[in-house]
Design a protein around this ligand. Structure first.
Ligand SMILES: Cc1cc2nc3c(=O)[nH]c(=O)nc-3n(C[C@H](O)[C@H](O)[C@H](O)COP(=O)(O)OP(=O)(O)OC[C@H]3O[C@@H](n4cnc5c(N)ncnc54)[C@H](O)[C@@H]3O)c2cc1C
Length: 455
């Protein structure tokens, strides 16, 4: 499907999941679209340096999957054909909330589980097959160019094949620039250099460190579940997640809250897994062969870069994906936010009359997509901040979220509202609907001793 021509040249910086989706969208509206990616892409679905967190547990939740399917029709079938698993929630998942095990009733939510590298590779291949985007690999963005209050291009330097160093930056002109360079985006610095100042950044940091190891799935295993998620509590400040990967593997990530050191090797990893609130994960991998060393990653704070609130921002500049803001990964929402925002970019370009109007409309829509996820993630993380002066609203939100997680183990309506919020399938305010709020205020817990069977 091709849209109306809105401009001549668009440039997307960063070729992760956000950049790939954005470039695909823009190729329907611009004569020429270039994707600038610092890495050289690997040949297959393997980890790469530019996405260092890509080796840790990644699930694609429902609304993100639906948005991806809209952008690349048939992609879900392709991902499943290549080994990703459809996991129904809560039916196929053992989920231990702070209030106990969530009952495994037949619900209405589904996630795709598998390796992040496979997801990126399948999307990248689809983009390449469409043949409408010029991909410049081994090319690094080093700055932005603006004139008369609007973006006019970017500075890009290329990796020198002979000595692996970088060449001199050159200017690439553009009518629209998307920054999708991820959580370490230098766009705030580049804007400052141009005299626009930097966006305010709101940071809520539970100082969580991820540690991950991949195991061979034991041939005889049938625990009656596809995936396990054990959430952290004040008494047990570490979460554990086990997801299926393609080729008969299991990926286990531990999320250690409060800056505790990550296990250094497989032995320490197994020992740490054994101290989770339930032994289900530890038991499952007891005899399983580890296929990788333990890797760790610690850039996990919630960070919202308020580009939308800057008094002055050059027109035709769109921060998208983690570069605009990111969330504690424990809630598995970052990719869904990125893909849904790329889809919103498509709608904005289709519906608005000019690039400027489309960008203004997207800014509002992007905040609408991000904010509910932010509230849920930050609301749950406030409990880790320790004694500090927080505004009453934040304290109430923190209390409410904590209680909601507890009640979800007992009350189906609350469990569904929680899943709606996680999958971003309901209205943004799903967690605060009157019947849910009533159940939360009444309180109560489920059973945290016995993992539930499917019902
Ligand atoms: C441990 C962990 C687990 C997570 N689990 C989940 C999950 O289960 N589900 C979920 O939905 N989300 C999850 N997330 C969040 C998800 O990984 C991010 O939201 C997602 O990676 C955002 O994609 P992106 O394209 O914005 O950024 P990235 O994937 O980080 O891509 C950025 C790209 O920009 C390139 N780049 C950087 N700088 C430059 C430059 N100067 N010039 C050119 N290229 C550049 C990089 O090489 C890279 O390719 C998790 C995050 C972490 C940290």
């Amino acid at each position: 499907m091709t849209g109306r021509r809105m401009g001549e040249r668009a440039i997307v910086l960063g070729g992760g999941i956000a950049g790939l989706c954005a470039a695909h969208v823009l190729s329907r509206f611009f004569g020429e679209v270039t994707l600038v990616e610092r890495d050289r892409y690997p040949d297959g679905p393997v980890w790469r340096r530019g996405v260092p967190h890509g080796g840790h547990a990644h699930n694609l939740f429902q609304s993100g999957l639906a948005a991806l399917e809209r952008l690349f029709p048939g992609v879900e079938r392709e991902l499943v054909a290549q080994g990703m698993r459809r996991v129904r929630m809560p039916e196929d998942v053992l989920l231990l909330t702070p209030g106990g095990w969530m009952p495994r009733f037949r619900g209405r939510h589904m996630m795709l589980a598998g390796s992040r590298a496979l997801l990126d590779q399948v999307v990248r291949t689809r983009l390449e097959q469409a043949g409408r985007v010029r991909v410049r690999e081994a090319a690094e963005a080093t700055g932005l160019c603006a004139e008369d209050g609007r973006m006019t291009g970017v500075l890009v330097r290329e990796r020198n094949a002979e000595n692996d160093g970088w060449g001199e930056p050159a200017r690439m002109p553009a009518d629209l620039v998307v920054d999708a360079t991820g959580r370490h985006s230098r766009a705030p610095k580049w804007l400052e250099r141009l005299g626009y100042g930097t966006p305010e950044e709101i940071v809520i940091d539970s100082r969580t460190v991820y540690a991950t190891c991949v195991f061979e799935r034991p041939e005889l295993h049938d625990g009656g579940w596809e995936s396990v998620l054990i959430q952290a509590t004040g008494d047990s400040p570490q979460a554990g997640i086990l997801i299926p990967l393609e080729n008969g593997r299991w990926l286990v990530s531990l999320a250690l809250v409060g800056g505790r050191p990550a296990p250094a090797d497989v032995e320490e990893f197994r020992a740490a897994a054994a101290t989770l609130r339930s032994p289900v994960i530890s038991d499952a991998v007891k005899g399983a062969e580890p296929l990788t060393p333990v890797s760790s990653y610690g850039v996990t704070e919630n960070r919202w870069r308020r580009f939308d609130a800057m008094p002055r921002l050059p027109r035709r500049f769109v921060p998208l994906g983690d570069s605009a803001g990111y969330l504690n990964p424990s809630y598995s929402q970052g990719i869904s936010v990125a893909v849904r925002t790329a889809l919103a970019l498509e709608t904005a370009l289709r519906e608005e009359r000019s690039i400027d109007e489309a960008v203004a409309s997207l800014r509002r829509k992007a905040a609408e997509i991000f904010e509910p996820a932010w509230k849920m993630s930050v609301g749950s993380d406030l409990r880790w901040l320790g004694p500090m002066k927080l505004p009453l609203r934040s304290r109430l939100l923190g209390w409410y979220m904590q209680r909601l997680l507890e009640v979800a183990a007992r009350d189906r309506r609350t469990a569904l509202a929680l899943l709606d919020a996680l999958h971003m399938t309901g209205p943004g305010a799903a967690l605060f609907r009157p019947l849910v709020a009533f159940a939360v205020l009444r309180g109560g817990r489920g059973d945290d001793l016995v993992p539930p069977a499917r019902r």
